[in-house]
Design a protein around this ligand. Structure first.
Ligand code: PGA
Length: 250
């Protein structure tokens, strides 16, 4: 059986509610290919429930961009896995570079969030990726290893099989500097190897790995041709109907 193909749009902190509705309606009417691919939208949390309803009976599903790992409590400003589920989301983005670098999330936080998501039957989409200086120092593989080992600590094989990974080199996010297909492919192969060492060959070769970082309609084709790239996590270009349709209809 082939690996899952997942196309995802991370809206970050963009779009008013009415703009979000317009975007979803445009995507629903323009989506062409539905053959076994999965399409995930990550709207801002205040609209998660409405966007989930709007996506029901369509090939799109939703996810939250972030959550805390406790079920409830005095954690002002946070949302819980129970709330994410209640809003109809089936995915959760965990460890996005903006969470790691702007909000100082650690590998330990990431691990707790992955575990909380699994407990509640929400599919984690784990983001990993190196900084430019780490790449320049030749540390890409060790950074990926550290992030993956941290995120998967204490997680059993059966649960590991439910997780998708997005390789998002930090230097490519929102910069217009996309990784070449070869650079992305190499990193994806390293991620498979790391997962294989942790969980065996079946998980290593079967884990869906998305590429993210300045994915645009004009660079998607080259990336999608690579054997180890199973989908995309798109930021900026997922905010425009035409651009995101060109990407997901590739
Ligand atoms: P970008 O963002 O496509 O705007 O580079 C990707 C991401 O942050 O997931």
């Amino acid at each position: 059986m082939g690996r899952r193909k997942i196309f995802a749009g991370n809206w970050k902190m963009y779009k008013t509610y009415s703009e979000a509705v317009e975007l979803v309606n445009g995507l629903k009417s323009g989506l062409k290919k539905t053959d076994g691919r999965e399409y995930v939208l990550f709207p801002p949390s205040p609209y998660l429930k409405e966007i989930s309803s709007l996506c029901s009976a369509s090939p799109f599903v939703t996810g939250a961009q972030n959550m805390y790992y406790e079920n409830q409590g005095a954690f002002t400003g946070e949302i819980s896995p129970l709330m994410v589920k209640d809003c109809g989301a089936s995915f959760i983005l965990i460890g996005h570079s903006e969470r790691r670098h702007v909000f100082h999330e650690t590998d330990e936080d990431v691990n707790k969030k992955v575990k909380a998501a699994l407990v509640h039957g929400i599919q984690p989409m784990l983001c990993v990726g190196e900084l430019l200086e780490e790449r320049e120092k030749g540390e890409t593989v060790s950074v990926l290893k550290k992030q993956i080992h941290g995120a998967f600590s204490g997680i059993e094989k059966a649960d590991a099989a439910k997780i998708s990974i997005a390789y998002e080199p930090v230097w490519a996010i929102g910069t217009g500097k996309v990784a070449t297909p070869e650079i992305a492919e190499d990193a994806h192969i390293s991620i498979r190897k790391i997962m294989g060492e942790l969980y065996g060959e079946e998980i290593g070769s079967g884990v869906p790995i998305l590429y993210g970082g300045s994915v645009k309609p004009d660079n998607i084709a080259g990336l999608y041709k690579m054997n180890n790239i199973d989908g995309f996590l798109v930021g900026g270009a997922s905010l425009e109907i035409k651009a995101f349709l060109e990407i997901i209809n590739v």
